[in-house]
Design a protein around this ligand. Structure first.
Ligand SMILES: CC(C)(COP(=O)(O)OP(=O)(O)OC[C@H]1O[C@@H](n2cnc3c(N)ncnc32)[C@H](O)[C@@H]1OP(=O)(O)O)[C@@H](O)C(=O)NCCC(=O)NCCS
Length: 187
């Protein structure tokens, strides 16, 4: 995994994913149909070994994998965020999972996403951050909007979701757009 300091948001911090984050609690998120309902993980089965091997896949790579840890110590580790960096093109594709239902809708997703975007675009100086989601994942679409991302395209009827064909939304934000977005304080 590429080196990253701990990244601070206002409600949570992003800690480089480590052995201490590899818990049954994390495995439980990936086995919870409500959590993975809009994620590609809904098609897979996970256990501690598969999660360990996923974390290990970042070793020696230019990519990042962080644990989202709430500042409220009673909540602790509430999810994960990853960034796949394409160094040659100066871009990163980011994904997020907030695993604790009780933490949804409380701003953690947006806070963690903004911390990752700040690091990738403003500290690492990448040109652009991208993300994709099912068109019916309203929480994720809001997180994207709250970081200044714009829809750039749709893969029509790309995914099969609970028996229906659903579009995939592709979104992105350029470094200068993100800096302007933060200046306007419209997150
Ligand atoms: C999508 C996800 C990251 C959102 O995280 P979160 O911590 O709930 O996000 P926030 O609290 O910052 O909420 C952002 C906005 O989304 C809204 N929202 C959150 N979950 C929502 C849902 N299920 N349906 C509709 N809106 C939702 C919030 O109300 C908030 O609205 P606002 O525009 O009024 O601010 C989180 O629900 C999650 O990880 N889900 C499971 C995994 C997943 O779907 N990952 C993305 C795969 S592409």
């Amino acid at each position: 995994m590429a080196q990253s300091p701990i990244l601070s948001g206002t409600k949570c911090r992003l800690e480089p994913f480590a052995e201490r984050h590899l818990t049954e609690r994390y495995v439980g998120w990936l086995s919870d149909p409500a959590v993975v309902r809009h994620s590609e993980q809904r098609h897979r089965k996970h256990d501690l070994a598969s999660c360990r091997s996923y974390a290990a896949s970042f070793e020696g790579s230019p990519h990042y994998f962080w644990a989202i840890v709430a500042n409220d110590a009673s909540l602790g580790h509430i999810g994960n965020i990853n960034a796949y960096v394409d160094t040659a093109n100066g871009v990163a594709d980011v994904g997020i999972l907030v695993g604790e239902h009780a933490s949804w809708g409380r701003g953690f997703g947006t806070d963690a996403w903004l911390a990752a975007c700040r690091f990738l675009l403003l500290d690492q100086n990448l040109r652009k951050v991208t993300a994709g989601t099912l068109a019916n994942n309203h929480g994720m679409l809001a997180v994207m909007r709250h970081s200044g991302m714009r829809e750039e395209g749709r893969r029509r009827r790309q995914s099969l979701w609970e028996g229906a064909e659903i579009d995939m939304v592709e979104a992105g934000v350029m470094r200068e757009e993100f800096a302007d977005f933060l200046k306007q304080g419209s997150a």
